[in-house]
Ligand binder design. Structure first.
Ligand SMILES: Nc1ncnc2c1ncn2[C@@H]1O[C@H](COP(=O)(O)OP(=O)(O)OP(=O)(O)O)[C@@H](O)[C@H]1O
Ligand SMILES: [Mg+2]
Length: 303
């Protein structure tokens, strides 16, 4: 089955938080791809950028909007909020303002959208902790390196076993506990191995994640591989799921199609509660992607 639970439209929006304390692991890139994949699956999607300093997700969406206007094309766009950094001289006041802004954004979208995708900065803050405790699905992208793994767990270099949890893992544990106490709901935590390149499968990382996942109650999945297509489209606000044929007047190449398949696989692995309609859309997208560049068969031309 493509996605397991079915959404009840009376439920509040499902909150997907993309977070990791490691910079550059591909949080914003993953976040925008998930948001666009959900939009293409016919879901009502809002996005929230908590990285008020870099604003990568905000700029991505602004670029997408600008490209639509410039080319007079229609692309799916989420309802977007950026939580600006408060600039008073008091840290406490800043925290209060930012939290109030996040709460107000969420209250505006939670009953009118199916999904809220939240992108976060790569550092710890009060706002980050709050976002973690709001997550129905928490996605933590890590690169396939022990340096990134170290954000989640300590590793024994001799026998390659997990020896302890880290500051970030503890924070997630606390946030999940708070969430359970607050409304009895649990957070599905998925660590994704992102930006995998040539040495595709580092078995030690895979084994370490499986081991750590048992201790910390997360599952892991492969994410997006290292591909030019994930970064070249940023100025146009396009994603691997968009069709450059219509947007750029060029043909989709093999790497683009593989990237698209990867995003669809990721969406499937996340098991988000899409509506029946959304499930059909994703299945159609996957089917279309699989046959798109195959030459037409004779029976298809004559039928
Ligand atoms: N799968 C990928 N393949 C190729 N390049 C990627 C991929 N994912 C991200 N990048 C590139 O890597 C850089 C960092 O990506 P991104 O901004 O998504 O990471 P981040 O985790 O959000 O970073 P930060 O912690 O600074 O917010 C960008 O230049 C982006 O275009
Ligand atoms: Mg980012």
């Amino acid at each position: 089955m493509l996605v397991q639970p079915i959404r009840d439209s009376r439920q509040p929006a499902h909150v997907v938080v993309v977070a990791s304390e490691k910079g550059g692991s591909g949080k914003s890139t993953t976040g925008v791809h998930i948001a666009v994949a959900l939009l293409k699956a016919g879901q009502r999607v809002a996005t929230v950028d908590l990285d008020g300093r870099q604003k990568t997700l905000t700029h991505y969406i602004q670029n997408r909007r600008a490209w639509c206007e410039r080319r007079r094309i229609q692309l799916e766009l989420p309802t977007h909020y950026c939580i600006e950094r408060a600039q008073t001289s008091s840290i406490e006041a800043n925290e209060r303002i930012e939290v109030a802004n996040l709460c107000s954004a969420v209250s505006m979208i939670e009953r009118t959208h199916d999904f809220v995708v939240v992108d976060t900065p790569g550092n710890d803050s009060f706002l980050m902790r709050l976002a973690h405790s709001m997550a129905d699905t928490l996605i933590t992208p890590i690169k396939d390196s022990f340096v990134d793994f170290d954000v989640l767990g300590n590793f024994d270099p001799i026998n390659l076993t997990v020896t302890g949890e880290t500051h970030y893992a503890k924070m997630v544990r606390e946030a999940r506990r708070e969430r359970r106490l607050l409304d009895g709901r649990s957070t599905d935590w998925i660590v994704i191995r992102n930006r995998l390149s040539g040495s595709r499968n580092n078995r030690h990382i895979a084994d370490g994640l499986t081991e750590l996942g048992k201790q910390m109650a997360f599952r892991w999945s492969e994410g997006l591989a290292e591909r030019v297509v994930y970064r070249e489209f940023f100025p146009l606000g396009l994603t691997a799921l968009d069709d450059p044929d219509s947007a750029l007047g060029r043909r989709t190449n093999k790497s683009h199609l593989t990237a698209r398949e990867e995003v669809i696989n990721l969406l499937t692995a996340l098991q988000l509660p899409l509506s029946e309609n959304g499930k059909r859309h994703v299945a159609t997208l996957a089917q279309w992607n699989a046959v798109k560049d195959e030459p037409l068969q004779v029976h298809e031309m004559v039928s």
